[in-house]
Unconditional design. Sequence first.
Length: 256
Amino acid sequence: MRLWDDAKALRRVTLWLYTLVVVCLCMAGFKWLWESPYFPIKKIHFYGQLAETDQVKLAEVAQRNINGNFFKADMNELKQALAKDPWVESVKVQRMWPDTVNVFVVERQAQASWKDGGLVDAKGFVFNAKTQKSVPEFSGPKYMMPKVVAFQTMAQPMLEQQQLSLKQVEVSERGAWTLVLNNGVVVKLGRRDLQERLQRFLTYWSRDLQPLGSSLVYVDLRYHDGFAIKQNPAKALQANEQQQSEQVSNALPESE
């Protein structure tokens, strides 16, 4: 029996031919959409609280990395290009019909500068950027920076109760912690019991240490239940003379 005499076989062949035609049309349509100049991306919108990021620079990066029309442009390539900006912690991009790309940016928060160059963010990540904000300086191995940020988060509210703040935090290769406060006083905490030792310092600050004024050089808390101090001899002598002068002045009777 010839093929054209078999109705069932002809239906099957016809179905396959229709299917092939539909597939070819879909592929041609997809290729036309993919290559078409009629669907350009005209707008790029940025969202997020961007205090430090250069939005003009981000926009230029986006323009350079959007190749093709609305359908062809590679969003992963765009995302990777934007993520190279040191201030960008994370980025998400999405198409919005008919001609827009939305970019959602989360900016890094600078917690401190790093002594060897760069900044430290809220997660302890060291990145290469500069800021105009006044931030403390951290020094020590990079892998210690997350712990330093965690310590800063714990210590700053405690210090603020005494009108103090951190100016520098140093962690040595052996893990010894040293603080420099905003008044210039050095606080040596050692390698353990950091919170307990800081609390001990603050307990004695107002009554015993703050009255020493600028003569106080450092407070060493690397002891079980006490501390040692060092004073600048010249400033200590000057402070004592001033205190004695005030006492004498207060002791003199008022003239009538």
